[in-house]
Design a protein around this ligand. Structure first.
Ligand code: GTP
Ligand code: MG
Length: 275
């Protein structure tokens, strides 16, 4: 997993932490029917979806938190429940005006992981919080099925969470499932972005070198691979290192997370604004 580190970056490292934080703090959907913007995370099992939610919480709080349960044994699918995560702004009952939904991972064969139909139902706002994913899609008429979703319940931006070095080992079945999700999001008009996590798996990017991620040729290739598989433009794909074992936050890690987060919110806002 080694790779060349170029002397000049192929994309600027995000460096506007203060302005990104301000943007996120002040953000409110312009659309008056909507109280909060909803981001849906999906992607392969163990890709770092739940850890990304924790990372966002840590960046916003300025300290490491661990609200969303994650799998540290990396054996099997870990997230089994559909859940909305809000982020506290500091004072009681004050929340950021964006929320995240975590999903069960997409499996590498036909019978593992989330049913793609459930991702589609979630995008349309039909899945109620607390729903336990099963081997079959959520049935219309069941208790967890929201038959009459409001704009607040619907998803406003879809984010794929893909770990670095994953695309070459993806199975045909997993590619097909992602394709199905992509086409469903397209038909619903929902904007789509991706983050490539675990960039620290690239040997040259460990620890203090995270600031060099946008100089890594190998990580540039990762983004191009994700772009080819998901049909997203390379400028909608961002490199991220999640907080997975750290005890304190770090400026470079924060910058990557905040830069990606800001893009998610502004794309979702464009979608809401156009409705
Ligand atoms: N080194 C490193 N490890 C990470 C990163 N992001 C997540 N991990 C680890 O990857 C493992 C899986 O992370 P999760 O957040 O549970 O992944 P998930 O996508 O929610 O997985 P499912 O719920 O099973 O689909 C955990 O052990 C995390 O600590 C990262 O950026 N770098
Ligand atoms: Mg998870």
């Amino acid at each position: 997993m080694g790779g060349d580190v170029l002397s000049t970056p192929w994309r600027e490292m995000p460096s506007n932490k203060t302005s990104d934080l301000e943007y996120l703090t002040d953000y409110k959907p312009q659309n008056s029917e909507c109280q909060h913007l909803r981001v849906l995370l999906c992607g392969p099992l163990g890709g770092g979806k739940s850890t990304f939610i924790n990372s966002v919480d840590s960046v916003l709080k300025g300290r490491i938190t661990g609200r969303c349960p994650v799998d540290t044994t990396a054996r099997d699918t870990f997230t089994k429940t559909y859940k909305t995560y809000r982020f506290h702004k500091g004072s009681p009952r004050a929340f950021y005006s964006f929320v995240f939904n975590d999903t069960m991972g997409i499996g590498s064969d036909a019978n593992s992981g989330i049913c793609v139909e459930d991702i589609k139902l979630a995008m349309m706002g039909h899945v109620r919080d607390g729903y336990e994913f099963k081997g079959k899609p959520l049935a219309e008429g069941s208790e967890s099925y929201n038959a009459d979703p409001t704009l607040n319940d619907k998803v406003h931006v879809l984010v794929y969470v893909i770990p670095a070095f994953f695309i070459p080992i993806m199975t045909e079945e997993a590619i097909e499932k992602m394709r199905e999700v992509r086409l469903a999001a397209r038909d619903l008009g929902i904007p789509q972005l991706a983050i490539v996590t675990k960039v620290d798996w690239e040997d040259a990017m460990r620890h203090e070198n995270i600031k060099n991620v946008y100089k890594s040729k190998s990580l540039k290739n990762q983004i191009e691979d994700v772009s080819a598989i998901l049909g997203l433009s390379v400028n909608s794909i961002f490199l991220v290192k999640n907080y997975e074992s750290e005890v304190s936050v770090n400026d470079d890690v924060d910058a990557l997370i905040l830069g990606a987060l800001r893009q998610m919110i502004s794309c979702g806002e464009d979608f809401l604004d156009d409705l």
